[in-house]
Design a protein around this ligand. Sequence first.
Ligand code: KG4
Ligand code: ZN
Length: 333
Amino acid sequence: MTTILGIETSCDETAAAVVVDGLDIRSNVISTQVELHARFGGVVPEVASRAHLESINAVITRALDEAGASLGDLDAVAACHGPGLAGALLVGVSAGKALALVLDVPYVGVHHLEAHLHAAWLEDPSVEMPMAVLLVSGGHTMIVSMEGTGRYRILGQTVDDAAGEAYDKVARALGLGYPGGPVIDRIAKDGDPNSVVFPRPMLNEGLDFSFSGLKTAVMLEIRRNPDRPAQDIAASFQEAVVETLVYKLEKAADQIGARTLVLGGGVAANSRLRARVAEVAEKSGRRALLPRHDLCTDNGAMIAAAAHFRLLSDGPTPLDDGAMPGLVLPTIG
Ligand code: KG4
Ligand code: ZN
């Protein structure tokens, strides 16, 4: 039995979790900074680092308490070491390395996106490979072919804004606050998705995405028709994003012969996206693996899970490895 503490501080959630054998979540504590950043309309890196510093010890203590574990029970300590905000990553990496050093157990630095990919695995370890994974967050939008733990191929990605970023910017233009995704998701339920036909960017151009033109089209519409209800704009914008994401996910699944469609990242919490992925999966006889909300958004359980498999394949991360804000996903081609 391997018990790993996973720490995540790459952006605006301070999170820690205890996971046994990469699958069994004993605790998953998430302290969000959303309210701190809301008045600035987005994440302010310096504010994020300071907030991580203030809460990291308490979050780790709570994760251990809720798991009924003590520091002595840990077989390894893992922290997200990139990509992300430099100062924010440093807090988790420093805490993880210090604990590992004091406890004399391995330290494992984990790639943030590899961790998101493992959220699906946590949900159901019996899943069939290859899986077509749509990773959609505030910083990333990509389709990944996952052929096993540590075996990824990037099939497509955004050439400009990430999907979550588009949600956040459109919400801001509509005066809905930050983060935009959850609010747009909620109000779109009362709107008409056909009220405005927004462009479906790069729909027939391979598996890459582009969301900056769509965002501009929404801004122009808000300026031209200020009386159009925000619910209708939100629903129409969401329809354009979701249709594009789901169309390309299916295309990718056809290309690699995937039996399973998987969602990951913060935008994977979107109710319309989840419903559409479930629908198209059923139609094509595939499985849809939709991790529960607290495993979609940033969390420590996904870090501990990914760390379990990295420790088996690569061994401990050297303690002189630091935070790597621009780290790229290790792929097999
Ligand atoms: O993965 P995540 O927690 O952090 C990053 O690594 O970026 O993703 C945060 C993003 C934000 O842009 C937020 O607006 C979006 O996920 N998001 C959503 C929903 N919940 C969070 N977007 C659409 N619908 C949601 N329900
Ligand atoms: Zn994330």
